[in-house]
Ligand binder design. Structure first.
Ligand code: GLA
Length: 726
């Protein structure tokens, strides 16, 4: 059993196979976090129950712990607001009398096999044999608020998930002002905080900083998880690198505004909280109602940041990605966007399809511009019916012809948006997100559609469903091209207005649920101006996300390295485009690290290029399983070294290895030794190209001299090794 309750010592031991997470029910029902780190056999560890109340200003209760206990210094498992703990709190509930003092204590618990779902929200999943769940019910005796802390341990994975349920057991209305998904107290502040910041077309740059006293962290206030900060943070030992040291990673399964904060206190301990951003959030909880927080995924690795990432990757491929394309090979696609932008029509796209078929591309994706009167980004979002000027016979005969050519067919939607110049807006101007009496701000010439409203969702779904049910559509790209300003819904009463942003996200989940339930065979790719909604919640619905609108292979290196901190290769949409900086060869080598495709005018290829592209596609097929399901090793990071970048995929059984090196700056070739990672040191590997055989130990510890082999600015080279008998 991965979760054990020690009755005598009142401790819980949550064992992920790699880590132990130990909780204690202390005097007065305080729930304490004794330990989270490398697996230990004990379930009761002494000396960590409390931290001394070493400051005279720390509030205490003289009945508890001989008067030496303060909730302000103890390792409180789920910090509550206002009752003696001055650190950043995970929960704050405004009671019917208007105060928001919240004080929760242990009441009961249950442990069971498997994992529950979370009402109306995406979450990771497991069979009964794969996971064990602990629910600890805590209660605020004064207000009758029940707060249930839900922990699931995925056996032998290194992964623990957490979420919280808040139930109003009183007879009066209360307001939740903060409800974080996780709260984790660490006894030290000797960590670096790693986060992924960015902006449109430059997503998920890795930023690392030592913790300092006070509150620090990252947030999105954009209404969606955003390009600006990803809902991922890690706390790592100051000396941790890819291969060594403690690394804790936290990823929120949520697509809305989030907050991930760490406070280092006067005791030099630290507390991390992560969840819905309380800025812009309050939830009215009527008697007997329950509120559910999103889930957070917690990973611990004693073997560095690289292994932390691999734990996330294996976990997401198995316990988050769903549907047909979880295991089925995804088709190589060509997308019309960078090839033609809005200038598409049936004839041109059929020419694309024929040219694509000739070189082995398997799917045509018709991006933006097929609907309403859309010739640029100023019109028609919300009018999801075909543009007859571009498709005179309608969509069905055109799509049928694409299939006759022998390609699958994909389509683009941006369901949660509305153009001011659209039939939908002219008919229902109240359906855009706005505050009465204020002119809502534009973003990319568009407004946001208020999908927190069921009636609005029904209208947009009816339009999408009409297109999807009348045609054989194999793929759908779901876009979202602005952030949410003027956040309010005209239908919500004043005391619920601040529920809007969360209700909006629940509305999005509802639409995505309708899509994936009714059309399980559609390959669904999420997008938000590239990677503006690159989060685990979206991955629950769509097995891949368009990583970035930046298709320059060199810029992509940083974007893909950053993204890979917690997201696997299988989920990163990566295309070869006409961006002029590098050769097609380098672009293909970089795009192979992801869900591969093209984004260029495929009609214009000359014979030599056609042969080259056929070669990329053959490689895509050859390396598909290795890249999608293998282990990633970041060998040389663009964040560390300016001249060369290298990464490897190693199959789970360590029998195949694909190493890729990109030269960023072709200086005079140095004596360049590259040490590989993750191989079986006792095995032998054959380099497919040269036929040379090396021991795994040699490749890892002596390294390969690759001087003169990847030279020239922006050149790249791959090495493929297979395990052989010597
Ligand atoms: C966003 C996407 C692009 C493309 C355009 C269409 O920017 O990231 O890939 O779909 O929208 O307008």
């Amino acid at each position: 059993m991965a979760i054990i309750f020690d009755e005598k010592n009142k401790t819980f031991n949550l064992d992920t196979g790699i880590s132990s997470y130990i909780l204690k029910i202390y005097d007065g029902g305080y729930l304490l976090n004794l330990y989270y780190g490398k697996k230990i056999p004990e379930s009761c560890i002494s000396g960590f129950d409390t931290r001394p109340r070493n400051a005279s200003f720390a509030p205490y209760d003289k009945e508890i712990g001989n008067g030496d206990f303060s909730p302000d210094s103890a390792p409180i498992e789920y910090g509550a607001d206002g009752a003696g703990d001055f650190r950043i709190s995970a929960i704050k509930i405004k009671n019917s009398n208007g105060d928001s003092v919240t004080d929760i204590r242990y009441k009961s618990h249950k442990i069971y096999k498997g994992k529950p779902t979370i009402k109306d929200m995406p979450a990771t999943f497991a069979t009964e044999d794969e996971a064990t769940t602990l629910e600890i019910t805590t209660i605020d005796e004064v207000t009758s608020m029940e707060v249930v802390l839900v922990y699931t341990v995925f056996e032998n994975t290194g992964v623990l998930t957490k979420s919280v349920k808040i139930k109003n057991n009183s007879s009066k209305v209360a307001f939740i002002e903060r409800a974080f998904s996780i709260c984790n107290d660490f006894p030290t502040m000797k960590y670096d905080l790693i986060s992924l910041y960015g902006r449109h077309a430059f997503e998920r740059d890795i930023e690392r900083r030592p913790l300092a006293h006070g509150v620090q962290g990252v947030e999105s206030n954009c209404g969606i998880s955003s390009h600006r900060q990803n809902p991922f943070v890690a706390l790592v030992a100051p000396n941790a690198d890819e291969d060594h040291g403690d690394a804790y990673g936290f990823n929120l399964v949520y697509s809305g505004s989030f907050s991930a904060l760490v406070e280092c206190d006067y005791n030099n301990s630290s507390r991390l909280i992560m969840g819905i951003n309380p800025n812009g959030f309050t939830w009215k909880l009527s008697p007997n109602e329950t509120f559910y927080t999103p889930e957070a995924v917690c990973v611990y690795s004693p073997d560095g940041i690289g292994e932390m990432s691999r734990i996330f990757h294996r976990f997401y491929n198995k316990h988050l990605i769903r549907g047909r394309y979880k295991t089925e090979k995804r088709p190589v696609l060509v997308n019309s966007w960078e090839a033609a932008y809005f200038d598409i029509n049936s004839e041109k796209l059929l020419d694309f399809a024929r040219a694509a078929k000739e070189i082995g591309i398997e799917m045509l994706v018709m991006d933006d511009g097929w609907f309403g009167r859309r010739n640029d980004d100023t019109t028609s979002l919300g009018d999801w019916y075909v543009n007859k000027q571009k498709f005179p016979d309608g969509l069905t005969p055109f799509i049928d012809q694409v299939h006759e050519i022998g390609l699958k067919f994909g389509i683009w939607f941006e369901p949660e948006m509305i153009s001011p110049d659209s039939d939908l807006f002219r008919e229902h101007p109240d359906m855009c997100v706005h505050v009465d009496g204020r002119e809502p701000k534009l973003g990319r010439n568009q407004y946001v559609l208020d999908v927190s409203r069921a009636d609005v969702r029904d209208i947009v779904w009816a339009q999408m469903d009409a297109v999807l049910s009348a045609n054989k559509i194999d793929y759908l790209k779901w876009d979202f091209n602005r952030y949410i300003s003027d956040a309010s819904s005209v239908q919500l009463p004043p005391d619920q207005k601040k529920e809007f942003l969360h209700r909006f996200i629940l509305g999005t989940y509802d639409l995505m649920d309708r899509l994936t339930t009714k059309y399980p065979d559609i390959l669904f790719e999420n997008c938000s101006g590239g990677g503006g909604r690159f989060d685990p919640a979206m991955l629950y619905y769509s097995p891949q996300i368009w990583t970035s609108d930046n298709t320059d292979a060199i810029a992509r290196l940083s974007i893909q390295f950053g993204t890979s901190l917690c997201y696997p290769a299988s989920v990163m949409g990566a295309h070869v485009s006409d961006h002029p900086r590098t050769s097609y060869g380098t672009k293909a080598d970089v795009a192979l690290w992801g869900s591969f495709g093209y984004e260029l005018d495929i009609r214009k290829l000359n014979e030599e290029q056609k042969t080259e592209f056929k070669g990329h596609i053959a490689q895509f097929h050859k390396y598909y399983d290795l890249i999608h399901y293998g282990d990633l090793y970041r060998v040389i990071s663009p964040f560390e070294r300016g001249d060369k970048v290298a990464w490897e995929f190693v199959s789970q059984d360590k029998s195949q290895v694909l190493l890729t090196v990109v030269c960023i700056e072709g200086k005079v070739p140095e004596n360049f030794i590259l040490k590989m990672k993750g191989l079986d040191e006792n095995a032998y590997y054959k380099d497919e190209e040269s036929g040379e055989i090396y021991s795994g130990a040699q490749l890892m510890y002596v390294g390969m001299n690759i001087s003169y082999q990847v030279n020239g600015t922006y050149g790249s080279k791959k090495w493929y090794f297979t395990k052989v008998d010597k």
